[in-house]
Design a protein around this ligand. Structure first.
Ligand code: BGC
Length: 245
């Protein structure tokens, strides 16, 4: 079965049709730069452009980098504040003229990893963390998602955790892998203290370089593995949600 997923990120809006039997993109994904400012109207236009590229007319799943409850976006840490309280599902439905589901980006990536990737076949408590512009989280208990956990905004040493341990923090502060891994370890220890997960899945583009930092993270009881679907996890997870429409 083919469905369509779109991933709205701080830097790019990317989408592709997804083959749900395989958990893979069934065509090369199309990506455009996220407009700045990333207001609801400009981003919705961007999503329409990505979908239009494929001439897609079926249901669409869309991820958003913030809290999404019943189609309404409630937070906007790394996009325009105009998203707060916006009926994103309604806006997209009106623009695209197809059934739409909107969900948090990390929740979507987590769904994809738990179904097709690094968390496949694992029971118990799994926490997926996406490291990028921010830190996203997805919590699973025996395969069931607890949506909108927002663990990237836990407070760590008096700071919002994502401001210290995201990939953006590493780049902005020009941190060495060792220094950044140290911060990440403190963050994981904190999350572990609160949730005692059996498995951490580390996603985001940086998961491709897992060998540079995962071996430096010690003292965590849970198993820690890199995501397998990497940058496509959000698209696949969004498409999985669209398949239920
Ligand atoms: C947002 C989360 C999002 C994460 C990754 C955070 O700043 O609050 O909702 O999942 O960034 O994009």
């Amino acid at each position: 079965m083919n469905v369509f997923g779109v991933d709205i990120g701080g830097t790019g809006i990317k989408g592709a049709p997804v083959d749900l039997d395989e958990g893979k993109l069934s065509d090369e994904r199309h990506k455009i730069a996220t407009p700045h400012p990333a207001t609801p109207d400009s981003v919705v236009d961007g999503v329409a452009e990505v979908i239009g590229h494929f001439g897609w007319t079926g249901p669409v799943g869309v991820t958003f980098p913030g809290v999404v409850v019943d189609g309404t976006t409630r937070t906007a840490a790394n996009v325009d504040k105009g998203w707060i309280g916006t009926d994103a599902r309604g806006l997209l439905r009106d623009k695209l003229g197809v059934p739409v589901v909107v969900m948090n980006d990390a929740d979507a990536a987590g769904m994809a990893e738990v179904t097709y990737g690094a968390g496949r076949g694992h029971g118990g408590t799994i926490i997926m963390l996406t490291l990028g512009t921010g830190i996203g989280s997805a919590l699973f208990v025996d395969g069931r998602l607890v949506p909108n956990t927002e663990l990237g905004h836990l407070e760590l040493h008096g700071h919002d955790a994502e401001k210290r341990a995201s990939v953006k923090a590493r780049e902005d502060e020009d941190l060495s892998w060792e220094h950044w891994a140290h911060r990440l370890k403190k963050y994981l220890a904190h999350v572990e203290m609160l949730f005692s997960p059996d498995l951490f899945v580390i996603g985001g583009g940086v998961s491709r370089k897992a060998d540079k930092f995962l071996p430096l993270i010690t003292g965590i009881s849970a198993e820690i593995v890199p995501a397998e679907l990497q940058n496509n996890a959000g698209i696949v997870g969004a498409a999985m949600a669209a398949a239920k429409l």
